[in-house]
Design a protein. Sequence first.
Length: 501
Amino acid sequence: MLPGMACARGIGLAAVLVWALGPGAASGQDVPRLPGERLAARAVTIRYTTGAAPLFVFQAEGIGLGESQSISLTVESSAPTQLRLYLIPKQGLARFRYVVLTRQRPVARLTLPLSAFDPDPQVARGEVPPGGALLAIDVPGFMRGRLENALRFGPCAAANVAAPMPPDQTPPGPSAEPDFDRALGAWLGKIAGGRLGMANEGKLEPAWDQLEVLARGLAPDTWGFGPDDDTTLMVSNLLLLAAKGSDFRAADVLDSWRGPALSGEYLWKTERRSLAEHARGVAAAECGRGPLGDSICARIRCDVWGLVSPGDAARARALAGRDAPCSNSGTGLQSGLFAATAAALAYRARSVRELLERALEHSGQPGSEHSRLLRQCLEWHKTKLPLREARERIRRECFEPIRRRDPANAWAYALPNDGLVALALLFGEGDFARTLALAAALGWDTDCNAATAGCWLGAMLGARRLPASFTAPLHDRLRVAIAGREHWSIARLAALTLELR
């Protein structure tokens, strides 16, 4: 996850406060109120201007929810954006649907069961009108400037007949596949780690005083996760592999970033520069040779190439070798390749030390700065160097030189962050809760670090061995910034991952 991702957090409470307290109470703006019968009869267009903050677009009252089981609605946006559509059928219950609208896919036509909307535990306390209410909120990604938009919404109708659950949200049946539990553990670890590390993202100093609280797990009212860039780009890679097969090209990766479905607001400056370079004729595999080539961007998405290659480090590196150079070079490229390798080997590893040592054997560059740092982390742990001293050495020897030349982005560089991932895994001693707590507390890109550590350790342990305090609050729900594929069952993603071996 990268700067500004937190802007969508807490939307649930703010949204229902509009209903509980009246128009503009939570946002300082006038929120258009629409009667439900107006939306049922025809579409309504609302024009608005916004920026990097969430904006309440409208509130419809009495839309016929009541005891309804499903809803049909159409929404069209003149500009690319993301929405949260809240349904409040009765007091104490609120559900929302995340909807991505892109330039190539500006219209979403939804016929869904209410259960396809994620519950939001931060619910309205005020009275709800007969027939319930619907709220529409524009939620920016982390690369949003000024947005002028016209949102056309409707018609909208609730029904007492159940609609089918979308396939992406339907968990697979019981699996006899021996690697399924490990693939599911990897996805759960990736998501839980990303969620846990959000609070300390970008902080330069470690949060030692938070370790005990972080090790307790996710907040019980979390209910699913997303969107963020880590999981969005991982799912995008899965869909690319499903569409193109293992022979996809580097240019296909860039096409998937600019494609019809992916929200451009979830691409950071590294990927955006790569797209600009490619547009002016630079070969896709050379686009990562830029000022942020050493960033963490390849690593956060490349572990998926290992997850689709259980135990097969060579295939994982071959797939990542066509993806990682699109955004990264130098240590950033090595970081992406190492992530894919480690994720593949995690399916068969018996210990964290074995995992890191075997992944280093496949690095291909044993003398590189990246390999030397990871071997140093292994040595520090073996010789029982105190964790705080090991972390300080990484700060002094790896982070500070980068900070002097790029103070604004140093916290998102691959080399020091990969060192922290190694420390969290080694000093976590195979304990999932302690490992994620360390990764989330050691500083810099904490959510990406905890997500990576959780992915590898989750694959090594398997889902059944992960603490319920980290997995139960997810409720098998993930949201990603991909139009038409926004909501997923995490178990369905694990099944798809293994189908693409």
